[in-house]
Design a protein around this ligand. Structure first.
Ligand code: KIV
Length: 271
């Protein structure tokens, strides 16, 4: 008997996600290629092709160098591996700073990939961009709180929503982005209280990362939650396996067996 909640057997759409608010927690994970998206497909409602790939895949220090070409390339790969989970492409830094540019780039993403929604970072000052995208048939996930694309201008990563004043600012952002048409709010790096109050104040689902229990769903970066990314581990990351250690151990066994002449044996050789 399976100890797990049921797999997702039907195609997840933006409507599925909207209908889940207050009914069932939404599960999201990142993926950057077909191999992993085919493993994650149906285990989670949403797959995010995050610009975090610039760090965990490319080894860069932050997400800012990711390009639209890279995001499209990886999203195509993720699309090739997944059929049921809803796929979201993370718009890279500098690709959506005016409504016109955002729509031009978003249209390109819709034409060239199977992504069903795009994620953009920014608060109420970017609500007009979200509105322009939504008015033109693009589904938007709006990302607020700790926004990695602002790491250089903010001088680092900072947990948000620790004062009443900051919670108020975040609430204003959330409401403006919902009014602009975003269908999901992604809440990163904020106090549990801030995330809970935002979730109660909007009618669209919220998905948290480092935002505590009070959201409508959770997202984690695959390489963090599977223990492959070892450079640092933020407090909010739970490692569900020790990926890097297990891979190292497997590769060491392979090395030993080749060096000792144990592999390949008859079972793994042609007659
Ligand atoms: O790029 C990414 O993986 C993200 C997550 C941190 C939500 O935006």
């Amino acid at each position: 008997m399976s100890i797990h909640t049921p797999r997702i057997e039907k195609k997840v759409t933006v409507r599925t996600i909207s209908a889940m608010k207050g009914r069932e927690p939404i599960v999201m994970i990142t993926a950057y290629d077909a191999l992993f998206s085919s493993i994650f497909d149906g285990e989670v409602e949403m797959i995010l092709v995050g610009d975090s790939l610039n760090m965990s895949f490319l080894g860069e220090r932050d997400t800012l160098g990711a390009t639209l070409e890279q995001m499209i390339y990886h999203t195509k790969a993720v699309c090739n591996g997944a059929t049921n989970s809803l796929i979201v492409l993370d718009m890279p830094f500098g690709s959506y700073d005016t409504p016109q540019k955002a729509l031009e780039n978003a249209s390109r993403v819709y034409k060239e990939t199977c992504a069903e929604a795009l994620k953009i970072e920014g608060g109420k000052e970017r609500a007009h961009i979200v509105r322009h995208l939504c008015d033109n048939g693009i589904a938007v996930v709006a990302h607020i709180g700790l926004m990695p694309q602002f790491v250089r201008s903010d001088g680092g990563y900072r947990v948000r929503g620790r004062s009443e004043e900051d919670i108020h600012r975040l609430l204003e952002d959330a409401v403006a982005l919902e009014e602009a048409g975003a269908f999901v709010l992604l809440l990163e790096g904020m106090s549990s209280q801030a995330a809970r109050r935002i979730t109660e104040s909007v009618s669209i689902p919220t998905i948290g990362i480092g935002a505590g229990r009070g959201t409508d769903g959770q997202v984690l970066v695959w390489s963090d939650m599977l223990g492959f990314f070892e450079r640092f581990k933020p407090r909010f990351v739970k490692r569900y396996m020790s990926g890097a250690a297990e891979v190292r151990e497997a590769v060491a066994r392979y090395r030993d067996e080749v060096k000792r002449g144990v592999f390949p044996d008859d079972e793994h050789s042609y007659d």
